[in-house]
Design a protein around this ligand. Structure first.
Ligand SMILES: CC(C)(COP(=O)(O)OP(=O)(O)OC[C@H]1O[C@@H](n2cnc3c(N)ncnc32)[C@H](O)[C@@H]1OP(=O)(O)O)[C@@H](O)C(=O)NCCC(=O)NCCS
Length: 131
């Protein structure tokens, strides 16, 4: 992948601008807001793979590599990396596009691995259907 660019041949599951309401006391974007976007992004391929409802069971890793600033456009890429009996592991990568004076710079800002579990109507784990 070229530096300072979004990943080629991949489609983000979410693109959203970081708003002034999402900042922390230091003036950059609150990590909890980014975590929320990551969880939503990861849940999309997990629910599709599960063919129905899922819940977030675990966050196996979460790395904030670079800060995100107000006005940055974040793009979340999410990919299923492992399927167990009832669980689906998803890797989420977040890129931020910073726009200033007509110039767009792009950076990988966050990476996380989350585990979702497919559930039945009673909220109990159910087997993930065969691919
Ligand atoms: C998800 C839930 C139904 C699972 O029920 P459970 O009977 O405890 O089942 P377990 O969590 O032991 O196992 C389910 C799967 O999760 C996996 N798992 C459990 N803990 C894990 C962890 N810390 N890391 C990775 N995988 C984990 C298990 O290996 C198992 O996978 P497999 O079936 O593919 O082998 C239950 O824990 C729950 O309702 N949790 C709350 C979910 C929630 O509210 N999330 C936040 C909002 S979406």
């Amino acid at each position: 992948m070229p530096e300072n660019a979004l990943p080629e041949n991949k489609i983000p599951v979410i693109r959203v601008p970081a708003m002034p309401s999402d900042i922390n006391e230091g003036g950059t974007i609150f990590g909890g807001w980014i975590m929320s976007q990551v969880d939503i992004a990861g849940s999309i391929p997990a629910a599709v793979r599960a063919g129905g409802p899922i819940v977030t069971r675990a966050v196996d890793s979460f790395e904030f590599k670079k800060p995100v600033f107000v006005g940055d456009l974040i793009s979340c890429y999410a990919e299923v990396t492992k399927v167990g009996k009832t669980s689906i592991t998803v890797c989420v990568e977040v890129y931020a596009q910073h726009m200033e004076k007509g110039i767009v710079s792009t950076a990988a800002v966050t990476e996380a691995t989350l585990v979702y579990v497919a559930i039945d109507e009673k909220g109990r784990p159910r087997a993930v259907p065969k691919a």
